[in-house]
Design a protein around this ligand. Structure first.
Ligand code: PAF
Length: 282
C-alpha cells in the first residue's frame, strides 16, 4: 500500500496504473475510520481495480465554533485498517498541500442551505470544494459515500451533474452498532452515559419507520419521533424534518418519496441519522 502526502505523488502513482486501463474507486474520508468507512472500501474493492482512500480533516467544512481541533486524528490506526482492507493508495495531505492561498470554492445552491446547512452554513461549501479537488487529483471512475450523510450524498451528486464530473457516485447503506447507533467518527465524543442515551436516535428512526404511511402529515410523524427523543432529557434536537428526497424542501403531506432526517446534540456531540421512505414501496 502506497501512502502519498502530495498531489504529485498521487498523480505519479495513478498514472502508471491508469495507463494499463485499471479502474479507480475513491473513498474520501476524514480518518478515524470505522466499520462504515470499511464498508465503503469493501464496495470500492468489489467494483474497481484500484482503491484510493483519502484521509484529510478538511478545515473548510468546519465553522469557527465547530470541532475541527478536536476531530479525532488517529492516522497510524487508520493506516493499519486500510492495509488490512486491501487499499492500494492512501492520500494523506497536510492542510498546506490542499489549501495555500486558496480562493476558489464550490457552492451547490439551495440544497446546501437546508437541514444541516441551517446550523452549519459553510459546511457543504467546504465539502464540495474538497471533494471536487479530490476528484481532480485522482480522477476516479467511482466515488463512495455513506447514506448516513444523506444530504452530503445528494449535494455531491448534484455537483457532479452540474459540473459534468466524469465519476459515478455510489451511495452505500448506513452501518450501525448492534444497538442501532449509526457508526460515526463523532461517536468517540460520547461519554458512557451519552453513548447509552445516543440509541435514542435509532429508537426515533424505528418509531418513524413504523408509523410512516402515505398521506399522513409530516407534523404527526415528527411529533411522534420527537416524543421518543424527549425521553432522553439531555438530548437537544437541532432539526427533525421530513423533506422531499430530491429538493430537500419540507413536505407536509407524505405523498412522495421523502427523507426523514435529524441532527441531535448529546453533550458536545452532534449526531445525525435518517431514513428514506418511498411511497411506491407501500
Ligand atoms: O463525509 C466525510 O467524511 C467528509 O465530509 C468528506 C466527504 C470526506 C469530505 O471531507
Amino acid at each position: 500500500m502506497k501512502v502519498a502526502e502530495t498531489v504529485n505523488e498521487v498523480r505519479e502513482f495513478l498514472k502508471t496504473h491508469k495507463s494499463t486501463g485499471q479502474t479507480t474507486g475513491l473513498v474520501p474520508t476524514m480518518g478515524a475510520l470505522h466499520e462504515g468507512h470499511l464498508s465503503l472500501i469493501r464496495q470500492a474493492k468489489k467494483e474497481n481495480d484500484l482503491v484510493v482512500v483519502s484521509i484529510f480533516v478538511n478545515p473548510t467544512q468546519f465553522g469557527p465554533d465547530e470541532d475541527f481541533d478536536l476531530y479525532p486524528r488517529v492516522f497510524d490506526d487508520d493506516l493499519l485498517k486500510c492495509k488490512d482492507a486491501g487499499v492500494d493508495l492512501v492520500f494523506h495531505p497536510a492542510p498546506e498541500e490542499m489549501y495555500t492561498q486558496h480562493k476558489t470554492y464550490i457552492q451547490v445552491e439551495d440544497l446546501s442551505r437546508k437541514l444541516c446547512g441551517v446550523s452549519r452554513p459553510i459546511h457543504f461549501r467546504g465539502v464540495c470544494t474538497i471533494v471536487a479537488k479530490l476528484f481532480n487529483i485522482t480522477h476516479p471512475d467511482r466515488a463512495y459515500f455513506g447514506q448516513k450523510d444523506a444530504q452530503q450524498l445528494l449535494i455531491i451528486k448534484k455537483m457532479v451533474k452540474d459540473l459534468n464530473f466524469d465519476v459515478d457516485i455510489v451511495g452505500c447503506p448506513i452501518i450501525r452498532e448492534e444497538d442501532g447507533l449509526a457508526k460515526s467518527s463523532r461517536n468517540r465524543y460520547l461519554n458512557d452515559q451519552e453513548r447509552k442515551d445516543a440509541t435514542v436516535l435509532y429508537r426515533a428512526i424505528e418509531e418513524g419507520k413504523h408509523l410512516i404511511r402515505k398521506d399522513m402529515t409530516a407534523t404527526d410523524l415528527t411529533h411522534a419521533m420527537e416524543a421518543v427523543i424527549k425521553t432522553v432529557p439531555s438530548a437537544r434536537i437541532d432539526y427533525l424534518e421530513v423533506v422531499d428526497m430530491d429538493t430537500l424542501e419540507a413536505v407536509e403531506t407524505i405523498d412522495r418519496d421523502v427523507l426523514v432526517a435529524m441532527a441531535v446534540y448529546l453533550g458536545s456531540a452532534r449526531l445525525i441519522d435518517n431514513f428514506i421512505y418511498s411511497v411506491s414501496h407501500e
